[in-house]
Design a protein around this ligand. Structure first.
Ligand code: GLU
Length: 618
């Protein structure tokens, strides 16, 4: 999903729309466009960068406008598929996917509507236009039309001669920005960073909301059809994002910035344990003492990188608290028949707190009778936080890079706190052990800082990965999920096919693939599994595989022909996975740079515009 910006104001909104799209560029996109009312409709679209759209928009003046950066899901990236999509004087921008678009399209075509794109989005424009025949008010028509959409969407709609913009969301983020003063106007965007230029006063829309923006006010109707009052039902948040949070500063890419922000993100996340020698379940909310008591089992629900954080947490929760822990991919759990346990603690992990599958899986768990729910999220006002009874906010700051880095390590810190709290609640922790775990957590930012200092050596390794087609990542115990995360980062950022394996599984299949063209990365901390891991490494060496080992200072693994060893400064006990993921993040980042793929974006897009972002070096 890419970006939406909408603005209605007493002054010219074109610069606001363009600047908003610029702020959303970090999410990657394949085309951009905007629609303005002057008071008839002007539509501008470009398959190039926002800068090209800005050049087209030069000299345009309008008080109403909607703008979009697209990441194609239906129809190739092209000008005809770029948003906005129009239907006789009405224009729509959309983030998300309309699942029932084919049947709607058929019905609309039968009714005489002519389609000029291959997108799912265009059905929204015609559907609203069709609804307007019987319901002339735009706001009401959007409410009726969106009720027929199945899927995920955030949309913004405007119509010739009208004086409002109507927006709606279901399963995709959208927020309103309230302008201040005489010409302040009102705004909407998929991401707060796009609106900081005009306001800090934000309202996070809820799923099913439809809102109308006018120059002098807004109105919102919720999913149940009743008017939502501001601020009683939809509080106004004062955004605390600083320009520094969303600016690149001296870094070349957000991914690099965020990797290097990990020490401070961890320190901020752990701030609330400060000088404490003991933990309290209230850390997770007022209902913490009651809900984290007598927990029979834990079910963790998450997607992608957050799922890997959950997999690490399983080792901690079972080892420290002696509580059975299952980790499920949210998109699987929500659709499968499972055996619920109403007493079970359900933990949802998501950076944004808006991950559609994770949100739906929590709702599913609640519908199955599981009321003990905990959100581990980075965004306080997010849908998942609102859905759960308990919350722990990671305080990583905005994560702008598409590849999750600081969100992951702060999630791990939060999950470790949860494991220790559960262990304490189950009476399995002496005060000395508790104080020891807290001291280790407090030292984490410094420990991560030392690992970051390895960047130049990792950079040199990364250069050797750039011409490879495949790579294998191995780990054991809680470092197996770290191997999975290392593989995910490499494929996501540098498009090198990579798989993570528990090292013990090597001989059951993947070893057959190992040869000199398949680098094998191994996470080899100095723990109880090191000797076992070393035998796995021998198996790789015997096949002529090139091994890259991330060891601890005191891991007894030696450099030899075909075996490259890089030592992390200290062995970090149970929290070692937090340190060991950092070099893997750096490896994928630098492999992407050498390969010329764009670490700002993900999922298979080789984008030459990277070169247009003037690299400033760090
Ligand atoms: N599904 C729409 C399209 O392919 C919207 C994609 C997006 O979220 O940018 O045009």
């Amino acid at each position: 999903m890419c970006g939406i910006v909408a603005a209605v104001s007493g002054f010219n909104v074109v610069p606001v729309l363009i600047e908003g799209l610029r702020k959303l560029e970090y999410r990657g996109y394949d085309s951009a466009g905007l629609a303005l009312l002057n008071p008839t409709l002007t539509r501008l679209r470009s398959v190039g960068r926002v800068a090209e759209l800005a050049a087209q928009a030069e000299g345009q003046v309008a008080h109403h406008g909607i703008a979009h950066t697209r990441w194609a899901t239906h129809g190739v990236p092209s000008e005809r598929n770029a948003h906005p999509h129009v239907s006789a004087g009405l224009a729509v921008v959309h983030n998300g996917i309309i699942e029932n678009y084919a049947e709607l399209k058929q019905a609309l075509m039968a009714d005489g509507y002519v389609f000029t794109s291959d997108t799912d989005t265009e059905v929204i424009a015609h559907l609203i236009q069709q609804t307007l025949k019987s319901t002339p008010e735009l706001f009401a028509a959007v409410r009726i039309a969106t009720a027929r959409l199945v899927g995920a969407y955030a949309i913004a709609v405007l119509r010739e001669w009208d004086d409002c913009i109507v927006v709606a969301r279901h399963g995709a983020p959208l927020l309103l920005g309230l302008g201040e003063g005489e010409n302040g106007g009102n705004y909407a965007a998929s991401d707060a960073s796009a609106l900081l230029q005009v306001t800090r006063r934000m309202i996070y829309l809820e799923d099913g909301d439809v809102a109308e923006l006018r120059r002098d006010g807004i109105r919102i109707v919720g999913a149940d059809g009743t008017a939502a009052n501001v601020p009683a039902d939809r509080p106004v948040h004062q955004s605390t994002l600083s320009a520094n949070d969303v600016e690149l500063g001296d870094y070349r890419h957000y991914m690099q910035k965020e990797i290097f922000e990990q020490p401070q993100a961890l320190a901020a996340t752990l701030e609330m344990i400060g000088g404490a020698q003991a933990l309290t379940p209230n850390l997770f909310g007022v209902a913490g003492p009651q809900m984290l008591h007598d927990v029979p089992s834990v079910l963790i629900l998450a997607c992608g990188t957050s799922y890997h954080a959950g997999l690490v947490a399983r080792y901690w929760i079972e080892q420290l608290a002696g509580i059975a822990c299952k980790v499920e991919i949210a998109s699987e759990y929500r659709y499968r028949v499972s055996v619920p346990n109403p007493q079970q603690l359900v933990v949802a992990i998501s950076q944004s707190g808006e991950t559609a599958d994770t949100l739906a899986s929590v709702k599913h768990a609640k519908a199955l009778g599981m009321g003990r729910t905990l959100a581990i999220c980075n965004v306080a006002e997010s849908a998942i936080v609102r859905e759960c009874a308990l919350r722990f906010l990671t305080r990583a700051g905005p994560e702008i890079g598409v590849a999750s880095t600081k969100a992951f390590t702060t999630q791990l810190a939060a999950l470790f706190l949860l494991a220790v709290t559960l262990a304490k609640q189950s009476g399995r922790l002496t005060p000395e052990q508790e104080a020891g775990h807290l001291a280790a957590l407090r030292h984490l930012p410094v420990a991560v800082q030392k690992v970051l200092a390895l960047e130049p050596r990792i950079q040199a390794w990364a250069a050797r990965f750039a011409d490879k087609q495949h790579a294998l990542f191995l780990g054991r115990g809680p470092h197996y999920p770290i191997a999975l995360e290392g593989a995910l980062k490499l494929k996501e950022i540098s498009y090198i096919h990579a798989e993570g394996y528990p090292a013990g599984e090597l001989k059951h299949g993947p070893l057959a693939l190992v040869d000199k063209d398949m680098p094998v990365v191994s996470v080899a901390p100095n723990d109880a599994l090191l000797e076992k891991l070393k035998s796995n490494l021998k198996e790789v060496a015997a096949r002529g595989g090139e091994l890259y080992v991330f060891a601890d200072a005191d891991s007894a693994v030696d450099e030899e022909a075909g075996v490259h060893v890089l030592r992390l400064p200290e062995h970090y006990g149970l929290l070692s996975p937090v340190l060991h993921v950092v070099p893997l993040q750096l490896l994928s980042y630098h492999a992407a740079l050498v390969k010329g793929t764009d670490p700002s974006t993900s999922s298979g897009r080789t984008i030459s515009y990277l070169k247009k972002f003037a690299p400033v070096g760090r």
